[in-house]
Ligand binder design. Structure first.
Ligand code: HEC
Ligand code: HEC
Ligand code: HEC
Ligand code: HEC
Ligand code: HEC
Ligand code: HEC
Ligand code: HEC
Ligand code: HEC
Ligand code: HEC
Ligand code: HEC
Length: 306
């Protein structure tokens, strides 16, 4: 036995001599001696399953499933450049590709390669930490809200406004509305990917999953809700206005579209102006939703009056 083989045996490493046939894979046990900290936490890691099951091919098992065949690294007694996949030396895209070798099915529902995060070089290892995760579930580098705020600090202020979704209080999560892996192309807004707002299984708006009474379909839809989306009237994070409205008064909100201007509005022509019987100068008409009570859609009245 060679001296190197002998000292490995002393360390309790049963490293079979790696041959060309096994592609330089030495098995995860060999890593233990020099990386005890990483190893000691690893049995709790979901990636440990590949070791425990004992049925995966070496290229998909344990440490080497991510870091590549370790023989050269072990023979060299360590070193960053000797391990085929040292994440500290990888470009973001290469890190992404490495994770996607196994996770295409999980995260490509979200078309991750085209997501705003990917195009901004924010990849798996920016949000997930394999060895030093702060959340056992999903292996996040920080708890979710802190993770997202670490890069989106301006959003924090929006969730501190007087009217808001209670994200900072922990009752709603960013991922209730967003998919950080990107959104599907069959989203409700005809294949666009607005702000990575996640869509449900049937491609509906995220908001409707909780606000189920707004789901419809209604006999009389308000096109603003169905086509432009909830955020045409609401600030989804937070607002200084009650009901998270984008405008301080309901009237100014409605008149953004119902102002009679030809071609106005995201729909182009065809947004009806107020009826001739309305007189906006008359305070009685200023609280539009006092009469148009079913503003999100109605099964009884075309003008959402009941
Ligand atoms: C699921 C992929 C994956 C598996 C499996 C994995 N690692 Fe890692 N490893 C990474 C990533 C990614 C990094 C970069 C740091 C980070 O993001 O946590 C890393 C970093 C490291 C580092 C650098 C020091 C550090 O803590 O950052 C060492 C050493 C290491 N891994 C050893 C191991 C060993 C030993 C095993 C098996 C017990 C293993 N890795 C299994 C993905 C993996
Ligand atoms: C004989 C000791 C030894 C063994 C066995 C060993 N390593 Fe290492 N490894 C090291 C040393 C030393 C470093 C630190 C290199 C540096 O920081 O310059 C290192 C660094 C690493 C890194 C960090 C690369 C980076 O991104 O900075 C990874 C990943 C890694 N080893 C994985 C493994 C895996 C997987 C195995 C088992 C197949 C393994 N090591 C076995 C000694 C060892
Ligand atoms: C060799 C295949 C393989 C590679 C490469 C791999 N993973 Fe995994 N990953 C798995 C398996 C298998 C599971 C466990 C799934 C289960 O629990 O059934 C898993 C679980 C996870 C989970 C936990 C999911 C949950 O529900 O809690 C996260 C997060 C994750 N991987 C992220 C990553 C990241 C980030 C990388 C790249 C650094 C990566 N994985 C690389 C195979 C892999
Ligand atoms: C911008 C941050 C971010 C990036 C980039 C990211 N993730 Fe995630 N990922 C998360 C968060 C947050 C969750 C938890 C989702 C939840 O709470 O429902 C998650 C959940 C997961 C899960 C478990 C749930 C599922 O969707 O299957 C896996 C697996 C996963 N991520 C893998 C990856 C891989 C692989 C990559 C890179 C290809 C990646 N993630 C990139 C933030 C991110
Ligand atoms: C490592 C930094 C980083 C982390 C962590 C991060 N993001 Fe991002 N995010 C970015 C960058 C960079 C962009 C693209 C530039 C921009 O629009 O700000 C982006 C874009 C976005 C967008 C789309 C904005 C648009 O204009 O389309 C949303 C939504 C988003 N992130 C949500 C999240 C959520 C939710 C989390 C937590 C799960 C998260 N981000 C975590 C850096 C990050
Ligand atoms: C109640 C649903 C909801 C929650 C919860 C939510 N978002 Fe959003 N977010 C949206 C919608 C909808 C948009 C698109 C707004 C638009 O296009 O006008 C958006 C837009 C964004 C944008 C891009 C526009 C901007 O304001 O910069 C970022 C970044 C973002 N969200 C990050 C986050 C983060 C980080 C969290 C958690 C701390 C979070 N969001 C929680 C629904 C939500
Ligand atoms: C995870 C569930 C969830 C999702 C998804 C969600 N909401 Fe909410 N929403 C709530 C809860 C819970 C409240 C009550 C506010 C509180 O926490 O006090 C609320 C409150 C509101 C309010 C204020 C209601 C009032 O009576 O003042 C509006 C408006 C609203 N949401 C719109 C939206 C929009 C628009 C979206 C999509 C961008 C959305 N919500 C997505 C759970 C959700
Ligand atoms: C055309 C503008 C508009 C659109 C689009 C819109 N809303 Fe509203 N929404 C309002 C107004 C105005 C109020 C306040 C009604 C009042 O003062 O009586 C309101 C109130 C609410 C409330 C609190 C009161 C209630 O009815 O439960 C929730 C929750 C809500 N909207 C959710 C949504 C969701 C979810 C969507 C998308 C499916 C949406 N809204 C789209 C205008 C709109
Ligand atoms: C984002 C633009 C937008 C906003 C804001 C908006 N609407 Fe609409 N509204 C529309 C469009 C588009 C239609 C459908 C026009 C059509 O089908 O010809 C419509 C239809 C209507 C109708 C039915 C008209 C008819 O003849 O069938 C009423 C009533 C109405 N809106 C009231 C309101 C009120 C009240 C508000 C304020 C709470 C409001 N709308 C805010 C775009 C908007
Ligand atoms: C006092 C009750 C009341 C108030 C307040 C009110 N409406 Fe109406 N609105 C009606 C009635 C009734 C109709 C249908 C009969 C008609 O045309 O006069 C109607 C019709 C409409 C129509 C359809 C017009 C068309 O040409 O088909 C729109 C759009 C509309 N209202 C918008 C508004 C807006 C915007 C406001 C707030 C500035 C508002 N309404 C305030 C009662 C009201």
């Amino acid at each position: 036995m060679s001296l190197a083989g002998f000292s490995l045996a002393l360390l309790g490493l049963s490293s079979p001599p790696a041959s060309a046939a096994d592609g330089g894979y030495v098995g995860s046990n060999v890593c233990r001696a020099c990386h005890p900290d990483v190893w000691q936490n690893f049995y709790k890691n979901p990636h440990y399953k590949s070791i425990a099951s004992g049925v995966e091919v070496p290229a998909k098992t344990g440490c080497e499933g991510c870091h590549g065949p370790g023989k050269g690294h072990v023979d060299a007694r360590g070193g960053k450049t000797t391990i085929p996949r040292a994440f500290s030396l990888m470009t973001p895209r290469r890190a992404l590709d490495t994770c996607l070798e196994c996770h295409t099915k999980d995260v490509s529902r979200g078309e991750i390669r085209r997501s705003v995060h990917t195009t901004a070089d924010v990849v798996c290892s920016n949000c997930h930490s394999i060895h030093k995760s702060q959340t056992p579930k999903f292996l996040l580098a920080k708890t979710q809200t802190n993770l997202c705020y670490s890069c989106h600090n301006q959003v924090r202020a929006q969730f501190n406004m007087p009217f808001k979704h209670r994200v900072n209080e922990g009752s709603v999560n960013c991922t209730d509305c967003h998919n950080p892996h990107g959104t599907q192309s069959n989203s409700w807004r005809m294949g666009t990917h607005p702000r990575m707002v996640s869509a449900g299984a049937d491609g509906e708006q995220a908001c409707i999953r909780c606000h189920t009474d707004k789901r419809g379909p209604f006999a009389f839809e308000h096109a603003a809700v169905r086509v432009d989306g909830c955020e045409s009237c609401h600030s989804p994070h937070g607002s200084t206005n009650p009901r998270l409205l984008r405008r301080p008064t309901v009237m100014t909100l409605c008149l953004e579209c119902h102002n009679g201007a030809p071609g106005f509005g995201r729909q182009g022509d065809g947004v009806p102006t107020q009826s001739g019987t309305h007189n906006v100068a008359d305070p009685r008409y200023q609280n539009c939703t006092a009469c148009h009570v079913r503003i999100h859609g109605s099964n009884a009245d075309q003008r959402f009056l009941r």
